[in-house]
Design a protein around this ligand. Structure first.
Ligand code: PMP
Length: 448
């Protein structure tokens, strides 16, 4: 009771103080300027909506099925592996994990990877990207970003005071029926060359690309590599979907091209690799002289990542190294499974009159919705772009969640792509069936 009264007195004193000095207490600017203009986030917004309306969720990019049994077992074994598994490990990556990543990727990159110098383990690919921008891009630097792009590149450039310079992939053939494969969307070599200036510090590429599913061919990467070398520019290569390619498309690492190891930071994700996005284990691989600066950011922010999760991912890579190329490898099984889902979703979208762009990689498919007639009369969304309004309507009225594609473009180019939505197809067949049932309720292709 005594405590209660004391607290009551304190609270009333506080209220009196607030009345007396309202401006003094509240007028000070709270946020650092780097938070301005980056406060909106498509994932926060649409994850919240999905929680509220409980739609069939083909929105955010994660599997709704369990990771392979062996990797789940590896995590359980790691947890039972003694006291050290529950304590801090090496800041820049658990020794077993950096060793297994270095061993695994040395053969693929074709360059010796030093586990202690050339690898940094991060909180998902997100933090690897964050460290790259923070450590290697300075105020006033320009960063070339290929559109459509994973949305976080833009705020990350902005937060370091850099300037995003955007270049969209464009369909090889303009007009007509439109390009139907992500491979038909290309960079113009001349346009790309025109984006390099003396201020350019880095280019960001994402292959296989989210949201379009483009897998860059070696020749396409060579054009980018030649420009990077000519202008002495870094390349941040986001390759989180590297194992997910289809129709014979081959993932090529730009770091493996001549002259590129020294200037490329390759970003990967155990979340995407082992279908365990909630573990949030990612990594950056690159020359020690680059990684050294990323480690500085890492050690002064996150310091190190969860030990047991890293141990489990290490065990996963050790197994995959043994089975590499065999039919037992998860890196072969996963794309085969996901390919069936890709085809199922494409057939479903086509059957209701939509024209998806067939992805050669990743686990997203985008489709044009301009032929769909729908009355978007929700006044609460009237100032938003067409695709945002459409997706909100689809969630609320039809119970199906997708993601608006203009979120993957700069504001300058978003307007040209506001008639596309993105579906995620790494979902249980039952989830895809439920989505199909909703889509089939469309009485005609042009009337939802
Ligand atoms: N890059 C791309 C292209 C992605 O799609 C994602 C996740 N959707 C990430 C990075 C982040 O990966 P992580 O979950 O490992 O942080």
């Amino acid at each position: 009771m005594g405590i209660l009264i004391r607290n009551l007195v304190t609270a009333s004193q506080c209220t009196a103080a607030l009345r007396k000095f309202p401006k003094k207490i509240m007028s000070r600017r709270l946020n650092a300027s780097r938070t301005e203009g980056v406060d909106k986030n498509v994932w926060v917004e649409f994850t919240q909506m999905a929680a509220e309306y409980n739609p069939v969720n083909l929105g955010q990019g994660f599997p709704d099925f369990a990771p392979p049994q062996y990797i789940q077992d590896a995590f359980c074994e790691a947890l039972r592996g003694g006291p050290s598994m529950h304590q801090y490990t090496r800041a820049f990556g658990h020794p077993r994990l950096v060793n297994s990543l270095a061993k695994f990727f040395t053969g693929i990159v074709g360059h010796h990877i030093d586990p202690m110098e050339d690898v940094l383990v991060t909180v998902g690919a997100y933090q690897a990207l964050y460290c790259a921008f923070q450590a290697l891009v300075d105020e006033g630097d320009e960063v070339i970003i290929v559109e459509p792009f994973f949305d976080c590149y833009q705020p990350m450039v902005k937060m370091v005071g850099g300037k995003g310079v955007y270049i969209p992939l464009r369909p090889k053939v303009e007009g007509g029926d439109g390009a139907m494969s992500s491979g038909d969307w290309v960079l113009s070599a001349d346009e790309l060359a025109s984006k390099f200036t003396p201020r350019t510090k880095a280019i960001v590429i994402n292959t296989p690309n989210n949201p379009m599913g483009k897998v860059y061919k070696r020749e396409e990467l060579q054009v980018i590599a030649d420009l990077c070398i000519k202008h002495d520019v870094l390349c941040f290569s986001d390759e989180v979907y590297e194992w997910l390619t289809y129709d014979g498309a081959k993932h090529v690492k730009i770091a493996s091209l001549p002259g590129m190891w020294e200037r490329t930071v390759t970003v990967g994700s155990a979340g995407k690799t082992f279908s365990a996005t909630g573990w949030k284990v990612g990594w950056a691989i690159g020359a020690g002289r680059l990684l050294k600066h990323m480690k500085t950011i890492h050690q002064n922010s996150v310091y190190h990542c969860a030990t047991a999760a890293q141990e489990a991912v290490a065990r996963g890579f050790e197994r995959e190294l043994e089975l590499f190329g065999s039919s037992k490898s998860y890196f072969r099984q996963l794309p085969a499974t996901v390919n069936r889902k890709r085809e199922k979703l494409a057939m479903c979208l086509e059957s209701v009159g939509l024209k998806p762009i067939m992805p050669q990689g990743g686990y997203f498919m985008i489709t044009d919705i301009s032929s769909v007639e729908v009355d978007l009369n929700d006044p609460s969304t009237k100032d938003e772009s067409y695709d945002f309004r459409f997706v909100k309507w689809l969630i609320k009225e039809k119970g199906l969640a997708t993601i608006p594609v203009s979120a993957f473009f700069s504001p300058e180019h978003g307007k040209d792509f506001d008639k596309y939505i993105r579906f995620c197809f790494i979902k249980e067949d039952s989830t895809l069936d439920a989505a199909e049932a909703i889509l089939r309720k469309w009485n005609t292709p042009h009337d939802v």
